[in-house]
Write a protein that binds this ligand. Structure first.
Ligand SMILES: Nc1ncnc2c1ncn2[C@@H]1O[C@H](COP(=O)(O)OP(=O)(O)OP(=O)(O)O)[C@@H](O)[C@H]1O
Ligand SMILES: [Mg+2]
Length: 595
């Protein structure tokens, strides 16, 4: 059983699985407790000379009499059937509950993960995030499955068995129950230590899996720098830590099991010694009663172990829930407004104004963009150049409304960016990011990216725009080629151009190509630029490039230096007015000559 704001709702949602499971668990527990009294009675009849008349009655087929074999066999068969069917039914209920809770919880986690800001991920390791979805979810799920089973078995079966023991003989009951209570206390205390060590072990495992994951992603760098040996040594450290924490955890677990075993067998010996003594000196206490008593005691062992396990499971799942809660509690920092429930999102014409705009990333305090004042008219073709790290990518990223922007700083079509829902803005922008991330899916799916209202021709046109159609067709499977994870089976330029096709397929009013034309040869570059000229007429287009040739024909060129705009105008104007621009042009001319 596990409670908390993100889990309570599952009890209500799946109450029928929950209640059904508990009813059948209790039914099976009651059935189980019935067996010792049946067997005890038969043994009593056979062993107790006082019950000679019952013994002669035993072989009659009178089902209604408790002292007949017919009653014994029918009852045993009925109880057996109840236990068998009951167990089957509670397994169905409880396992269904677990699987559903796991599915719902995972969806809730993934939905939240998609809602969180990009910035959140800058400070998170993938391994830690993945563990919410794996280990932690597993621990939470076990509270709903094993947790419920152990709770019911522990308390219902345990209480009933204790009552039965005391009904038979209170002295012998005390002898058996006191050590069991001690065992419960031991389990509780050790359980605390176990859960602490379990947490350490999870942490170590998380670090190790994080390290492996990063190594798989960066395998080509490791090989190129011949760092296999070094990475292996670092991995060995993580692995050792994982083993050590695992051993620490196992030690306590084994200690707990041993104590439980020891106490159980000590009590069993005590029962048979004490019971034997009573059987000899106390006429009412015969072999049958002793068997019945030890049968109840036997039924009490599992509940006690179940309680110990329950303590363990509950503390583990609370530890996991606490971590997951922190993740689910993480707030979306972006101030956004919801989209009105219109069928189609409104269009933006592409007129953009920056007014005294300064920007720093949420996790940094130095301004990356400073004092930007600019009016980009709808339909303009804008080139952005500048040295590396000068803020070009940041300049185009702030348009996507992924970061909070002060009021009165950026306007789309004259309306403040904060008055537009982010969904509307992003729907109106086609963005090919600098790192050109692709999913491990078909090329076609990477271009359409879940859009259903596109035709085959749209896909080809988009690829054609990015001058990648021919290259795709040359692949054996064409558009059906599977891109390796993160696009590893494609060249850098191919990846960038597929990312460009993904950005242009919706023919957005605003298109941003961040460095998309930099990893291609001059001929392909010329083709793409021609396409932009023809197909993006009257549509705002930003081309970020470190190469002058990509932007020199733009309507306006922004020259950036250290977060500031140090030049704005056409190529010819900038050649006149902007020193940095002239330097960039000269360097590139020299480079071209050298090549
Ligand atoms: N997510 C981020 N968080 C904090 N700082 C960042 C982040 N991204 C970039 N920066 C910083 O912002 C500055 C500008 O980076 P930006 O990516 O805009 O440069 P750029 O002009 O696009 O460079 P390049 O030509 O290399 O692509 C850099 O100093 C960089 O360190
Ligand atoms: Mg950049």
């Amino acid at each position: 059983m596990l409670f908390g704001k993100y889990v309570n709702k599952f009890y209500l949602k799946y109450w029928y699985h929950f209640v059904g499971g508990i009813i059948f668990l209790v039914l099976v527990d009651i059935g189980q407790l019935y067996i010792p009294s049946l067997i005890g009675n038969v043994l009593s009849i056979f062993s107790n000379p006082d019950r000679a008349s019952d013994l002669s009655y035993f072989w009659t087929a009178d089902v209604s009499n408790v002292n007949s074999y017919a009653y014994f066999l029918t009852s045993l068969a009925t109880v057996g059937l109840v236990i068998f069917v009951g167990r089957f039914i509670w397994r169905v209920f409880i396992n269904n509950l677990g699987v559903r809770v796991e599915r719902d919880f995972r969806s809730m986690l993934f939905k939240h993960a998609l809602e969180l800001d990009v910035t959140y991920y800058n400070n998170q390791k993938t391994g830690a995030l993945m563990s919410y979805f794996n280990n932690d979810l597993e621990a939470i799920k076990s509270a709903f499955t094993e947790g419920i089973i152990f709770l019911i078995d522990g308390f219902v079966l345990g209480t009933l068995a204790i009552i039965k023991l005391f009904q038979i003989d209170w002295k012998l009951a005390l002898i058996s129950v006191i050590p069991l209570a001690l065992m419960g206390i031991c389990a509780g205390l050790i359980g605390k230590g176990i859960s602490k060590r379990y947490k350490n072990q999870l942490n170590a495992f998380e670090k190790m899996s994080d390290f492996s994951q990063e190594n798989f992603s960066g395998i080509s760098v490791i090989k190129a720098f011949v760092r296999e040996g070094h990475q292996m040594r670092v991995f060995a450290k993580h692995n050792k830590k994982n083993k050590d924490t695992n051993m620490e955890y196992l030690k306590l677990s084994i200690a707990l099991d041993t104590i439980i075993d020891l106490l159980i067998y000590t009590v069993l010996i005590a029962i048979f010694l004490g019971g034997g003594y009573f059987a000899i000196y106390q006429p009412s206490f015969d072999i049958g009663t002793l068997t019945e008593f030890s049968g109840y005691f036997d039924s009490l062992i599992w509940p006690m172990i179940a309680i110990a396990y329950l303590i363990n499971i509950v503390s583990q799942s609370y530890a996991s829930l606490k971590k997951v809660n922190e993740f689910l509690d993480a707030k979306v920092m972006l101030k956004d407004i919801p989209v009105e429930k219109a069928k189609e999102l409104p269009a933006i014409s592409g007129d953009i104004i920056f007014k005294d705009f300064n920007f720093h990333y949420p996790d940094g305090d130095t301004h990356v963009l400073k004092n930007i004042n600019l009016h980009i008219k709808a339909g303009e073709n804008i080139g952005i150049v500048g040295k590396t790290g000068s803020g070009k990518s940041t300049f185009v990223k702030v348009l996507l409304k992924i970061y909070n922007i002060e009021n009165g700083k950026i306007f789309f079509d004259g309306k403040d960016i904060n008055e537009w829902p982010s969904k509307v803005i992003r729907d109106n922008i086609g963005y090919a990011a600098q790192n050109a991330f692709l999913f491990s899916d078909l090329i076609e799916n990477n271009i359409t990216f879940g859009r259903t209202n596109v035709t085959e021709q749209d896909i080809i046109n988009a690829a054609d725009f990015a001058s990648i159609d021919g290259a795709i067709r040359r692949f054996k499977d064409g558009y059906q080629t599977i891109v390796g994870e993160k696009g590893t089976t494609l060249s850098g330029g191919q990846r960038q151009r597929i990312a460009m096709a993904r950005a242009v397929i919706k023919n957005p009013p605003i298109l941003i190509l961040d460095d998309s034309v930099s990893a291609v040869d001059s001929e392909t570059e010329a083709t793409i630029l021609r396409n932009i000229k023809q197909l993006r007429k009257n549509k705002t287009t930003f081309i970020v490039s470190s190469r002058i040739s990509s932007i020199q024909n733009a309507d306006h060129i922004i020259v950036m230096n250290d977060g500031q705009i140090v030049g704005y105008g056409t190529h010819d104007q900038l050649m006149e007015s902007c020193q940095l621009y002239r330097i960039l042009v000269e360097y590139q001319a020299l480079e071209a000559e050298a090549a």
